[in-house]
Design a protein around this ligand. Sequence first.
Ligand code: SAH
Ligand code: SF4
Ligand code: F3S
Length: 452
Amino acid sequence: MKKDTNIIYNKSYNITTFGCQMNEHDSETLAGMLEELGYVEKPNRKEVDIAIINTCSVRENADKRFFGTLGQLKKIKEERPETVVAVCGCMMQQQHIIDTLKAKYPWVDLVFGTHNIHQFPELLANILNERSKIVDIRDDGGDIIEGLPAKRMYPFKAYVNIMYGCNNYCTYCIVPYTRGRERSRQPENIVNEVKTLADSGVKEITLLGQNVNSYGSSSGFSRDFADLIYMLNDTDGIERIRFMTSHPKDLSDKLIQAFKECNKLCNCIHLPVQSGSTKILSRMNRKYSKEDYLLLIRKLRSAVPEIAITTDIITGFPGETEEDFDETMDLVEQVRFDSAFTFLYSIRKGTPAEKYTEQVPEAVKHERFNRLVDRLNEISLEINRSYEGRTVFVLAEGQSKTNPRTITGRTKTGKLVNFKGPLKLAGQIVPVRITEGRTFSLFGEVIEEKYR
Ligand code: SAH
Ligand code: SF4
Ligand code: F3S
């Protein structure tokens, strides 16, 4: 093998990914780059030549899980010192984490951040050639690099980044510090990527950004997010378009109109509310009130009657009183979310809310959290039961993780459906009659003989 080609055969890698879809997609890019270099993926970290941990820092338990995983890698490194251990992602964009790594984990070979993922092959080559430790973190905001490879989990579904970073500075959130300022990809580049994906057999795309509703605004584009949806809706071969995440303050009437007019845009929206109390929303710097949010929901539902609405809610933000929490419970009653991600407020170093006095005691946070989750689950179950007897169209993904005899997939409204059927259905949109609605999923049976 010639050394200067950087092509390596029979070498393997494993990537552990924490965090959101943005991180999952970054891991797909890392995997794509490694496969171009000739590496193959292996499920067991113990056996690989390169082990990567792609980290998330959004809540304290994400940090804890990272250090737990790193502890396991230490043992592997002791047994196989030639294994390259690399860590990357949002945690690495924080100086206190880098300081901890340097002081307590000197055996980690490579540390890089969210802004220089594209340089990974170069950094890896340096490690392999010189076997010296590299820490390379950029805080310059990050350029937009086009044309990076990606190894996707499914051949028929793909994530597409439309923008990077965040300018919103919600007072609890670390993301603007770990992902830099908001910057959008040129619409033409996105359209071309989606065409290429469609040509390779992709049927469903999920557009990614921390706040897709402000797409283009900070880059001064004449076309906004709704325009982009109209452009992508014309792509032959693409059957479903999803996006996440939407900030309520920037959800436009034009986008609501796009839901009515773009047949491929899925009738579901993840619209994080965070709290039902206007006072808390203001302390969170969310820039909308409870009433603004409820008005958006009314507009969405009158435009798209069947739309599924999901959300994120934080309990125990500093200063949240029982009355504030009651406002959240009231909002939940009024909206009746299809499902929700709920979080205990977690102090993040360097964010404005870290300095807020009136931190809510842990026990109170937990008690509110449990009450909220119980009610959300009851509502999800009621909504999912209303699907019983109906026929839905499911993009089949593959074998269910919990029951190998069932196929799993999603409806256009984003509901997880399990049904009996052959594995060859993966990648097809299949009519399924729902026989049972459960809290987190639907169960059903395929209705046409040809799909059995
Ligand atoms: N950009 C997306 C979400 C990014 S983080 C948006 O604005 O909606 C995903 C979710 O994590 C947030 O919606 C919020 O509910 C939660 N979150 C972020 N920081 C948190 C913190 N410090 N404590 C608890 N939950 C947090
Ligand atoms: Fe965080 Fe707010 Fe930006 Fe979402 S919009 S990533 S919650 S700062
Ligand atoms: Fe976590 Fe970074 Fe996403 S902090 S939630 S992986 S943007």
